[in-house]
Design a protein around this ligand. Structure first.
Ligand code: MTE
Length: 331
C-alpha cells in the first residue's frame, strides 16, 4: 500500500481530542467572556462536546465453541493486536487507529443485510451478541504489507446471517460497507489523513467465498468485545485473503448480482486485486510476498521472518473455490 505518510506528518492526537486547546489558540475564550451567559454556554457546549463522549470500554463476551485454525502457533500478544493496526478512517500510521478511535461511539449501531435476499435483516448493537451464538476462532492474519499475526476472534460465520436472510438465485456477490461518519472518523474528512481512499471503505466477496465456513463476522477478540481500532462493533475476517479484505465497522452487507467495487482496488488496481488471496508466488509490484514478518513482542523489524503459505495455510478449506481460475491474473 502506498505508505507515503510518516507518523511525524500525522496531526497529533491532541489536535483531534482537545478542542479546548483550539478554543484557546483561536482566542475564543476571550470572545466567550464578552458574551451573554446563554450564548457563552452554547459556544462552550459546541467546543467541549468531546469531553462528554464516553471512552470506549471493551466488555467480556461468552462463547460456546473454540476452534484453533492456527495449529500450535503462538498467539500474537493483545497489546500488539490492538496497537499495530490499519484503519485509515482514523489515520494511516500503525499507531493512529488506537490513538484516535477511543471515543468512537458504536451504540446505537445498525447493520443491514439486504439486496438479493428473501428476508432483509437489520441487526442492532445488542443483537450481535444476543441473537447470534458466538464462537472463538483463532486465525492467522496476513497483511498485504507482509506482516502477520495470530488472533483469537469471537464471532459467527457470515453464512449464518446470509442463510437467515435467504440469498436469491441472483445473488452472486456480497458487498460490504464501513460506517461513513466523518465527524467521528477524521480520515473520512481529510484526504491526506485518510490516505486517499474514497470513503466509505467498501469490500466484496463472491457468494461462494462468503458462504465458506471460514468467513467470519467478528465482534470480539481475546474474550472481549472488539476495541474500536480493530473494527468495533463488527467486522469481517477472511483468513485466506490479505487483511485489506477484512473490512471493519460494517454497516451494510448487500448481496448483489454484479461484482462490487472494492476500496484498495479502486485506489490502485494494478496492486490490489478483487480476489486478494494470500499467494507467495505472486509478488506485489513493489515487494515480495514470499515471506512475512510474524509480529511478536518487540518492534516490527525484530519480528521473525517466516515463509508465506498459499491461501495463508487454509488451502484445504478454500482452494476448491478457485479451480480453473488463473490466480496470477485474478490476484
Ligand atoms: N477496514 C476499514 N474500514 N478501513 C481500513 O483502513 N484496513 C484493512 C482491514 N480493514 C481497513 C479495514 C487492512 S489493510 C488490514 S491489514 C486489516 O483491516 C487490519 O486489521 P487489524 O488492524 O485489526 O489487524
Amino acid at each position: 500500500m502506498p505508505w507515503h505518510i510518516n507518523d511525524s506528518e500525522i496531526t497529533p492526537e491532541a489536535v483531534f481530542k482537545d478542542r479546548r486547546n483550539i478554543v484557546k489558540a483561536l482566542g475564543l475564550g476571550a470572545v466567550g467572556a464578552s458574551m451573554p451567559s446563554a450564548a457563552q454556554a452554547d459556544i462552550f457546549d459546541l467546543f467541549s462536546k468531546d469531553k462528554e463522549k464516553k471512552k470506549f470500554v471493551t466488555q467480556p463476551l461468552a462463547f460456546t465453541k473454540d476452534t484453533n485454525y492456527a495449529k500450535d502457533e503462538i498467539v500474537t500478544p493483545y497489546n500488539k493486536v490492538t496497537t499495530h493496526n490499519n484503519f485509515y478512517e482514523f489515520g494511516t500510521s500503525k499507531k493512529a487507529p488506537a490513538q484516535n478511535s477511543q471515543e468512537f461511539q458504536v451504540e446505537p449501531w445498525s447493520l443491514v443485510i439486504d439486496g438479493e435476499v428473501e428476508r432483509p435483516i437489520t441487526l442492532g448493537y445488542d443483537d450481535f451478541t444476543k441473537l447470534m451464538e458466538l464462537e472463538q476462532r483463532t486465525y492467522r492474519m496476513r497483511c498485504v504489507e507482509a506482516w502477520s499475526m495470530v488472533i483469537p476472534w469471537l464471532g459467527f460465520p457470515l453464512a449464518t446471517l446470509l442463510k437467515r436472510a435467504g440469498v436469491t438465485s441472483k445473488g452472486k456477490y456480497v458487498a460490504f460497507e464501513t460506517l461513513h461518519d466523518p465527524e467521528q472518523m477524521p480520515g473520512q474528512k481529510n484526504r491526506f489523513l485518510g490516505g486517499g481512499i474514497h470513503y466509505p471503505y467498501v469490500e466484496g466477496l463472491t457468494i461462494s467465498e462468503a458462504m465458506n465456513d471460514l468467513t467470519f463476522m467478528a465482534v470480539g477478540l481475546y474474550g472481549k468485545s472488539l476495541p474500536p481500532q480493530n473494527g468495533a462493533p463488527i467486522r469481517l475476517v477472511v483468513p485466506w485473503k490479505y487483511g485489506f479484505k477484512s473490512i471493519k465497522s460494517v454497516v451494510r452487507i448487500r448481496v448483489t448480482s454484479q461484482r462490487p467495487p472494492t476500496s484498495w482496488n479502486q485506489l490502485a488496481a494494478n496492486e490490489y486485486g478483487f480476489y486478494a488471496n494470500v499467494n507467495p508466488a505472486v509478488d506485489h509490484p513493489r515487494w515480495s510476498q514470499a515471506s512475512e514478518r510474524r509480529i511478536a513482542e518487540g518492534g516490527l523489524f525484530s519480528a521473525k521472518r517466516i515463509p508465506t503459505l498459499p491461501f495463508n495455510g487454509y488451502g484445504d478449506q478454500v482452494a476448491d473455490l478457485y479451480r480453473g481460475l488463473d490466480l496470477r491474473k485474478n490476484f
